[in-house]
Design a protein around this ligand. Structure first.
Ligand code: SAM
Length: 262
């Protein structure tokens, strides 16, 4: 998979490319990350990428021309292929595990990082094929968001994670075919390691039992309960067995019983 990142701060990505998953994925050739300095696509002496907003107001806005030039240059490298052009924006569709899964299926992805007050709207309307937000908050620039998108998509590529099983157990691991934006699995179950007792806090006994079926059932219930308590919205799109539904209902009933009866 190739990521083409359009940014005014290519250096920003140095640390994530020098560490961890993205370093391994690029070193093994599974992923290629190409950083394109937006200023290389300007046509004035000062390499200007921004200008004042029409209508007045604070801040500066990214001009459309350099961004169009940059994307068109990438398209001209492979005119016969169509690839998504993603504008990172707090106004985009939310990045979820389902969206990350969807993005990980493409061979090439262009990521446009905005700055300042944002990007001339004509980029969103006429150039980008997708707008993605990494959450309902505002960052100063799209670089962190692009890094998040790359990491989330890369760890879903075959062969990138040492142990594919761990990916399947992670929070949000996909387990339904709902639309990408709402497609999630459960939150992960709790994990423990040695020592079995630490400051009087004991590891749940079932995990020490060696009974794999009991452990599997315990983990599934813990994941269900945690999800129900913290992110009940995720349960709406998670396929559950009849027994699991019943068990969740019993939890719900117990929760609503008067304290004296508990
Ligand atoms: N005025 C814009 C708004 O309120 O929608 C915010 C602009 S923000 C300060 C500058 C840039 O940071 C955006 O163009 C975008 O590329 C990036 N950005 C900020 N928050 C983001 C988020 N939650 N997800 C993705 N990108 C974000």
């Amino acid at each position: 998979m190739t990521f083409d990142v359009i940014t005014i701060f290519p250096e920003f990505f140095r640390s994530i490319l020098d560490h961890g998953l993205l370093k391994r994925a690029t070193a093994s050739g599974r992923v290629t990350i190409r950083l394109h300095d937006l200023r290389d696509y300007t046509d004035d002496r000062h390499r200007t990428v921004d200008d004042r907003p029409f209508g007045g107001g604070p801040g500066m806005v990214f001009k459309p021309e350099p961004i169009f030039r940059a994307v068109e240059a990438l398209r001209s490298e492979a005119p016969e292929t169509v690839f998504p052009v993603v504008l990172l924006s707090p106004q985009g569709r939310l990045l979820t595990q389902g969206v990350a899964e969807e993005l990980s299926q493409v061979a090439r992805l262009v990521l446009i990082c905005g700055r300042y007050e944002g990007v001339d709207e004509r980029v969103a309307q006429n150039l980008a094929t997708d707008e993605i937000s990494i959450g309902d908050f505002v960052l100063s620039g799209g670089e962190l968001a692009a890094a998040v998108v790359m990491e989330a998509a890369t760890r879903l590529l075959p062969g990138v994670l040492g142990n594919a099983e761990s990916r399947e157990q992670d929070s949000f691991a996909i387990s339904s075919d709902a639309p990408a934006e709402v497609r999630h699995g459960l939150l992960d179950c709790p994990h423990y390691t040695r020592p079995a007792e630490f400051r009087d806090w004991k590891v749940p006994e079932v995990l020490l039992s060696g009974d794999h079926e009991q452990i599997r059932q315990w983990r599934r219930r813990q994941a269900l309960e945690k999800t129900w308590r913290r992110r009940p919205d995720l349960l709406a799109h998670t396929p559950l067995s009849g027994a699991e539904r019943q068990w969740l209902e019993s939890l719900q009933c117990a929760e609503h019983e008067p304290v004296s009866r508990k």
